[in-house]
Design a binder for this molecule. Structure first.
Ligand code: AMP
Ligand code: MG
Length: 339
């Protein structure tokens, strides 16, 4: 199929969003910008449309999708028995990069939630996405708009590189502001559980959910036969073809370690760059949000430049650093060197 590239400059914006909304109402799939990463959207009420998402991405059938809403009324249409904490969290963090796992409403297709009785919901903080949901009048199920297993797309060009010819259209917007996928919290477990870290941090959530626990899969590899609370966490993820190793240690030790290797590249902090030879800078430790924003672009660059091996300087596990660490440890297939 031909993938339409829908432009969003002043003169095209309205037409493009209308066109995308029409495609969605007719059961098609459209890649849309969000503040986290680009999402591949289809109606959460249309089983056949959702199947197209799984097919285009090559996504395992047991990995459920996040449903995107544009207002609180729509939240009430997709979830049931919503606990009071959900409203407090929505008030504070929506629109924004926080996904809540709630009891599924009857209209949500089974393949959106991969047969579970829960649904993951969020309101994205991106005007184009909100307008698209509003104009289509549909809650939109949207996983990241990449081929399953590849680094998530933070630019329209990443979506085209992975999915051109496999989806109906791409809304050609700017780079994603946050750069890593949303924080996922289950309010269907007691105590509530952090399933995936993101830009809404564990520390911020604890103010609302003092007994929040961090799921084991956030930082550890699932054991053979262990059941994943968040099915997505069990897959090798976010991985470039380049072999990635995560390295923990000071700037000096990291540089000494990587400079002693041949045929490889360092993915490093701005603060390390001066003492490294072959390198890609992914951000500054002084502002870890920069690491999140550039992470997936840097992982894609590794492949584009054809590196065989990359050593990535590990961020902290605090604040948004935990989200970056969580993605990197998967990109590295859990290979970590502690200096
Ligand atoms: P993606 O849309 O590619 O960012 O992936 C969505 C993430 O949300 C995956 O890690 C899923 O496992 C998780 N998720 C979606 N729905 C549910 C649910 N009902 N229960 C638990 N995790 C979910
Ligand atoms: Mg994804």
């Amino acid at each position: 199929m031909e993938t339409l590239e829908l432009l969003l400059d002043k003169s095209n914006k309205e037409n493009s969003i209308n066109k995308a909304a029409e495609i969605l109402k007719n059961g098609g799939v459209v890649a849309m910008p969000t503040e986290t990463v680009y999402g591949l959207a289809a109606s959460a009420y249309d089983n056949d449309a959702i199947t197209k998402i799984f097919t285009a991405k090559g996504r395992p059938q047991d990995n459920p999708l996040i449903v995107h809403v544009c207002n609180m009324q729509m939240l009430g249409e997709v979830a049931e028995n919503i606990p009071p904490e959900a409203f407090g969290l929505a008030e504070k963090f929506w629109p924004g990069p926080l996904t809540l796992v709630l009891k599924k409403g009857p209209k949500i297709c089974n393949n959106v939630s991969a047969g579970l009785n829960t649904v993951a919901v969020r309101m994205p903080n991106n005007d184009i996405a909100l307008e698209l949901i509003n104009k289509s009048g549909l809650p939109l199920a949207a996983p990241s708009a990449n081929l399953s297993g590849r680094p998530s797309p933070t630019k329209a060009e990443h979506v085209i590189a992975d999915l051109n010819g496999k989806i109906n259209a791409v809304l050609m917007s700017d780079s994603s502001a946050v750069g890593v996928e949303s924080t996922v919290v289950s309010l269907c477990t007691n105590p509530p559980r952090l399933l995936r870290p993101g830009a809404v941090t564990k520390e911020q959530l604890e103010e609302f959910l003092p007994d929040l626990v961090v799921d084991n899969a956030v930082l550890n590899e699932l054991k053979e036969g262990e059941k994943a609370a968040s099915p997505g966490m069990k897959y090798k993820h976010y991985a470039p073809k380049t072999e990635v190793t995560l390295v923990e240690g000071s700037s000096q030790d990291f540089a000494k370690f990587v400079n002693s290797k041949t045929d490889c590249v360092a993915v490093c902090f701005l603060e390390d760059a001066g003492i490294l030879t072959e390198k890609i800078v992914y951000g500054s430790t002084r502002n870890e949000a920069t690491l999140a924003k550039n992470l997936f672009e840097c992982l894609r660059q590794l492949d584009n430049k054809g590196y065989k091996k990359a050593y990535v300087h590990a961020p902290t596990k605090n604040g948004i650093g935990l989200a970056v660490y969580n993605r990197l440890i998967r990109a590295a297939a859990f290979k970590v060197v502690k200096l």
